[in-house]
Every structure is written in C-alpha cells, then in structure tokens.
Design a protein around this ligand. Structure first.
Ligand SMILES: [Zn+2]
Length: 308
C-alpha cells in the first residue's frame, strides 16, 4: 500500500474549536503506522500545477481564492450561512499538496500500484467548479479523475463517496458527463442539502440518501443496492473513493450509526468491484471524519480491506 501525505497538510489552521483540525490527520497517520500486517510505503505529496487544476476549476477562480489568503489570522471564503471554510497563512501549500497527492497517486496507480491512500487535508468533495465550500477548495478527487482521463486515456471512472455528507462538488462537476459515474451514500437531509435520488445527471449519478439513525446493516444494504449495483453495471476502469469516516456513530457532525468495523465491510465491497472491473486499481482520498477515536479505528479497517 502506498500512502501520500505531507506535513504541509498539518499546518492548515481553521481556528479555535473547528472540527476540521490537524489532529484528524495526526490521528490517521499515527494509526496507519501501527498497522503491522500491511507493508506501507509513505510518499510526500507534491504540489499540483495550475494547468492540472484547470482541468476542473478555472484558473481565475483558484487565483482569487489564493489572493484572499491573509497575512495573519483567518478569513472565510463563503458568503452564506455556513461560513466556516477558512483560509489561513499556510493554506496554499496544504491545498496544492492535497490535490498533488491525487495526481502523484494517479501516476503510481498506472505504474502498477493497485492501492493508494491520500492522507490529506483540506478535503475536496464539496468544492464545486467555481465555489469553495464545506472546508473544501479544490476538488481533489475530481481533478485526479480528469487527469487520469487526459494523461492515461482512461475512459470510465467511478467515484464512490461514503462520506456522511453528499459530495455536491463532485456531483456538480460530472453532472453531464457519462464517462464518470458518481455514487454517494449520505445522511439526508443534511449539509450541503443536495443528494436526492432524483438527481441522476445523465444516468451517471447514483445517490443513496439515508435517514438519521441508520445502522450498519441497513447502510450496507442500501449502499449495495443504490450505489454499488449501478456502478457494477457501469464497469469502471478505475475506482476512486471519497473516504469520509463521519458516518461513524461517534461523529459529532452527523447522525448515522456505523461502527468502525463497518468501514471494513464497505471498503471490501468496493474492492470486490475493483477486482472485477478495474484491475484492482483504487485510489482512496480522505474527506471528512471528525471524531479522533473513530478516525483512528476506521482507517485501520479501511486499510485492511483495501489490502485484499
Ligand atoms: Zn463529511
């Protein structure tokens, strides 16, 4: 297993009492290092370049975000009720490396590394083409998908998102694109408000909204029916995972009741699909997850299943 990360990703500060904090990544990296049964190679995430970002986001939009980075303190990027997507002095490097991890991982993936995890922050799945929101600036997984298509001529990519929040950004970016299938399980209604089953794109969007209180067994059933079965029919050549661990019962931002071991079962089902259709090629990206114990336990389960 290959893991991309960088100390720059620990330097992004969102202010006092913000759930998206550096300790999340500390907890994940510490836990990964304790896994004895899997040989893990750590690599430093490089910066992504502007041309690659522009496969998804207009350069002007990204330059505007960077031009707002404060010389000290914090500044929010949103003009909406959820004004909690913050820029600090160290944001630029963290943002560029989070996306760069995916690009480097894509190169490794096509060079015979079958399983790669990007241990990064800020996350990406809420970032739309021209809108930073939900702690996200660049949609890391979307840029990686576009890069795989352009550089390696991959025709069909599936993005599977089990973060408890709907990946509105990823959905928006690929809404009219039949070459990318997007399947998401998420609590509904919940931030960001999108993700109903009626949002189907051009037959490439598969949303599985979940009621608050859902437990592991029901989650897996719905996930299989509404996300995995259609993606099985799609037959992706590569699978990308938006791995958020905030559907855990301990998570403070949502109300789905998964246990840590459920992340093994979810991941195993994705891996089974990847082994059938995608030559086992899977890159997983850290998205959300805000309880440190849940993160440290769940990431181990995710890795154990990815190794199969
Ligand atoms: Zn989330």
């Amino acid at each position: 297993m290959l893991v991309y990360s960088h100390t720059d990703c620990l330097l992004k500060d969102n202010g006092f009492n913000h759930p998206e904090r550096k300790e999340r990544l500390d907890s994940i990296l510490e836990s990964i290092k304790q896994i004895e049964d899997i040989k893990i190679n750590f690599k430093e995430a490089p910066f992504v370049d502007m041309d690659t970002i522009s496969l998804v986001h207009p350069k002007k939009h990204i330059e505007k975000i960077f031009s707002n980075i404060p010389k000290s303190g914090l500044i929010g990027v949103e003009n909406e009720p959820y004004a909690d997507t913050m820029l600090c002095t160290n944001s630029k490097n963290a943002i560029l490396r989070s996306c760069g991890a995916g690009i480097a991982a894509a190169d490794d993936l096509m060079n015979n590394n079958k399983r790669i995890f990007c241990a990064i922050r800020p996350p990406g799945h809420h970032a739309e083409t021209t809108k930073a929101m939900g702690f996200c600036f660049i949609n890391n997984i979307a840029v990686t998908a576009r890069y795989l298509q352009k550089r390696y001529k991959i025709n069909k990519i599936a993005i599977i998102d089990f973060d408890v929040h709907h990946g509105n950004g990823t959905q928006e970016i690929f809404y009219n694109d039949e070459t990318v299938a997007y399947g998401s399980s998420h609590e509904f209604p919940l931030f960001p408000g999108t993700g109903s089953e009626q949002e189907t794109g051009v037959g490439n969007i598969f949303n599985a909204p979940l009621k608050a209180g859902v437990q592991g067994k029901e989650f897996l059933k719905i996930f299989e029916q509404k996300v995995l079965n259609p993606i099985d029919k799609f037959k992706p050549e590569v699978i990308l995972i938006s791995a958020g661990f905030d559907a855990h019962t301990r998570d403070p931002l949502a109300n789905i009741n998964l246990e840590s071991k459920d992340f093994y079962k979810i991941t195993k089902k994705i891996v089974d699909l990847g082994n059938v259709h995608s030559e086992g090629r899977i890159i997983s990206f850290l998205e959300g997850g805000y309880d440190l114990l849940a993160l440290s336990e769940s990431i181990k389960e995710h890795f154990l299943a990815l190794e199969i």
